[in-house]
Design a protein around this ligand. Structure first.
Ligand code: NAP
Length: 255
């Protein structure tokens, strides 16, 4: 449902070109945010996200930056500030996964996963936090994963690096929420299996096993994550910070 919850505030969504990030861009635009759509390689897809944002009555701009680079992230923030103003809503969604056997994983792949998923989150939050504190307004959602909460039971040997990076994101968000409140609220979302490019090569067998263990009896769609992210950024969640919310159809439950 369209509303003006965010009244033109600048929202940066990393990895906004495709999948979950695109759905979040659209959801925040529908709630009145001006959306900075980040991508690192998929320029056409990012342009398509912007077109969809505009078609939905919103506005924004595309920004290319590899968030694993401190300097590139910093330059992106400079450009957003020049074009529109400071980032007040931040969604650190950019992420990569590797589904190869972790026992064969080269150290460079481990470092790349940590660098995008964890360092990328750090770079974006660190660049935003001082301005958010100075203005006494900042809301952050970090996209983690159910693999950051519990190891995969189905293919535990394939997600060690990814799961570790996503556990670290949860710890980082908790620490930031404690350190930077009350000006800034920081929460995590932990999606289960969501239909996107990241998961399109998963075998039917694995997909069926996951659905069989999911009370909601389906795979998720990007909108499932976008709605939760919108809620956590909104005023309705003003007493929620430092938390991790799972959207997995019940596959993973928190105590
Ligand atoms: P996706 O379809 O593969 O999209 C990934 C997005 O991240 C793309 O927009 C990509 O943009 C961007 N990205 C990748 N590396 C980047 C970098 N170094 N700098 C900036 N942007 C970068 O993945 P998705 O499924 O939507 O996943 C989004 C987030 O949700 C990830 O953090 C992922 O770990 C998490 N997640 C996904 C699932 C799932 O089942 N799909 C489950 C749990 C958590 P470019 O193409 O331009 O690089």
């Amino acid at each position: 449902m369209a509303n003006d919850e965010f009244g033109g505030r600048v929202a940066l969504v990393t990895g906004g070109s495709r999948g979950i990030g695109r759905a979040i861009c659209l959801r925040l635009a529908k709630a009145g945010a001006w959306v900075a759509i980040n991508h690192s390689a998929s320029a056409e897809a990012a342009d398509e996200t912007l077109e969809q944002v505009k078609a939905a009555g919103g506005d924004g701009q595309v920004y290319r930056a590899d968030v694993s680079s401190h300097d590139a992230t910093d330059a992106m923030y400079e450009a957003i500030e020049t074009d529109r103003g400071p980032v007040e809503l931040l969604v650190t969604n950019a992420g990569i996964a590797s589904f190869q056997d972790d026992v064969d994983m080269p150290i460079d792949l481990w470092r790349r996963i940590m660098s995008v998923n964890l360092d990328g989150t750090f770079h974006c939050v660190w660049r935003a936090k001082d301005g958010m504190r100075a203005r006494n307004y900042g809301r952050i959602v970090c996209v983690s994963s159910v693999n950051g909460i519990a190891p995969s039971r189905i293919r535990p040997d394939r997600l060690i690096a990814y799961g570790t990076s996503k556990s670290a994101v949860i710890g980082f968000a908790r620490n930031c929420a404690t350190a930077f409140g009350p000006a800034i609220r920081v929460n995590c979302v932990a999606p289960g299996l969501i239909d996107t490019d990241m998961t399109k090569d998963m075998s039917d067998d694995m997909r069926q096993q996951i659905v069989a263990h999911t009370p909601a009896a389906r795979v998720g769609v990007p909108q499932d994550v976008a709605e939760l992210t919108y809620f956590l950024l909104s005023d309705a969640a003003s007493f929620i910070t430092g938390q991790t919310y799972v959207t997995s159809g019940g596959l993973v439950t928190l105590p």
